[in-house]
Design a protein around this ligand. Sequence first.
Ligand code: ATP
Ligand code: MG
Length: 237
Amino acid sequence: MRRRIATGVDGLDSLLSGGLAEDKVFLVSGQAGTGKTILCLQYVLAGVARGENSVYISIDEKPSHLLEDAESLGWDLKKYVDDKRITLLDATPYFTNVRMGKEKVIDVRSIVTDLTKHVRQINAQTVVIDPIAPLIFSQEATAQVKEYIRSLIFSIEDNLHCTTVITSAIPSGTTRLCQYGVEEFVVSGIIVLGVSSIQAHRVRTLYIPKMRGTPTDLNDHVFEILPKRGIVIRETV
Ligand SMILES: Nc1ncnc2c1ncn2[C@@H]1O[C@H](COP(=O)(O)OP(=O)(O)OP(=O)(O)O)[C@@H](O)[C@H]1O
Ligand SMILES: [Mg+2]
């Protein structure tokens, strides 16, 4: 049996037979503002609390914004960045040439080479890529983005030996599981964050449509976002 890596989300690990399967890649998806980044921050901070280091790659959001997001929840991410326990990287520049039409394909190999270097530098065991690809890609570029996502995830599983969480936005007004439609097939498991209506109240919900090798239920689990604790799944009675 593969070791399980706790997510740090109260109430989630028990739904996952202890956590995420070690060294595999998992998807956290949801529409804008559903809590994907908070879940990822929680995941890396849980790793740090266990003595494991992390590389957090942001795309479209500057590392300084991440530090502010964490601070608003009462988490001192900066301390761990300064101590070289967490490396924050902005990967947006990797996509600039493709986005501007100067290059035809996204250079997955150089992304993986750099990522591996950063992982080795701090001996990281957990990696986050939030989100997996920039949101603003033209329709024509979709095939390239899909190919980039597929080869990046396979390459991470083959080379990195890190338990990795990627995020992907779900376009609003759809019932899709992710943005590009390829992420869901190549990852080992999916956690979907959303909002549901219960008796005229809107509540935050989480469900697990896929988790290889793990018995899961398909229920919506209501959660809250609380200071210091982040995402906390409400116990069902
Ligand atoms: N300190 C906080 N306390 C409670 N709730 C918060 C706090 N900070 C943010 N939130 C809630 O969490 C939501 C944003 O969560 P988060 O940034 O993780 O979403 P996201 O899914 O990553 O969004 P995006 O798709 O834009 O990246 C906010 O819209 C807000 O409702
Ligand atoms: Mg986010």
